[in-house]
Ligand binder design. Structure first.
Ligand code: APR
Length: 232
């Protein structure tokens, strides 16, 4: 008998208890910055140094961040289920927690890529990427991040994975950004869904939609236990 397939869609909230700022909470990252200046191709063209510094600061913070109980409970799902983590986050805390099947929809903070050939992607040692850092073809390296207005290359794979899910978990995302938020529409009404967020993005639950109005660090371990008892 094949394992039950669980897809876990995560957002910035799953990393909040690891000390990494979310985007739209009070005091969130976008309150300190103009999105279009630091996370768009236009911003990059206008002031690459500002964009490089923005991601250097986020990398520096993420380098010392540790996975929290939410990440670890998501990793523990793998002992009982076929798990795919689809994250909007660019930090590597799911990987640090030990999750083995992580799909980054919006790119990865610790990867950089050529501005000449987008297939040239490199792991970045440490946290700094500077203007003189070039790819093997001599062009400037840029953050391997999906900026606003850019295509989401992993979306097709993510949609395929989600449409095959037996159970969907949504942890720590405001569901404010598409196409990521649209993944929820790819599971049937009767697919069990579990939403974990202290400020739930969905207000009405039902027999197939279970709402946990709490932080990932406490809600995710509860859902892990529930899933093991109910579906294993
Ligand atoms: N545990 C769980 N959820 C939390 C916690 C926590 N400790 N703290 C905050 N949250 C929730 C918030 O209530 C909110 O619903 O996490 C969510 C964070 O929402 P956003 O800041 O909008 O982050 P996210 O949904 O990941 O944004 C999606 O938008 O800016 C772009 O590319 C960026 O990937 C990002 C995308």
């Amino acid at each position: 008998m094949s394992l039950i397939k669980i897809v876990v869609l995560t957002g910035a909230g799953v990393s909040a208890e690891s000390g990494i700022q979310t985007f739209r909470d009070a005091g969130g990252l976008w309150e300190g910055h103009d999105v279009m200046e630091v996370a768009s191709p236009q911003g990059w063209a206008k002031n690459p140094a500002l964009v490089l510094d923005f991601y250097n600061q986020r990398r520096k913070q993420a380098l010392s961040a540790k996975p929290n109980a939410g990440h670890l409970a998501i990793k523990d799902l793998e002992e009982h289920f076929d798990v795919t983590v689809i994250t909007q986050n660019v930090d590597n805390l799911h990987e640090k927690a030990g999750s083995s099947n992580v799909l980054h929809l919006h790119g990865e903070l610790f990867k950089v890529r050529s501005t000449l050939d987008e297939n040239l992607v490199y792991d970045l040692d440490g946290w700094e990427l500077n203007e003189e850092d070039k790819c093997e073809k001599g062009s400037q390296l840029r953050p391997h991040i999906v900026w606003f207005g850019e295509m989401v290359p992993m979306m097709e794979v993510a949609a395929q994975e989600t449409s095959n899910a037996d159970i969907l978990l949504v942890v720590g995302t405001s569901l404010a950004v598409y196409p990521a938020a649209g993944l929820l529409n790819l599971v049937s009404y009767k697919t069990p869904k579990f939403i974990i967020d202290p400020h739930l993005p969905i207000s009405e639950g039902n027999e197939y939609l279970h709402l946990f109005e709490e932080k990932a660090g406490t809600g995710m371990p509860k859902v892990l236990d529930l899933l093991i008892n109910e579906y294993k």
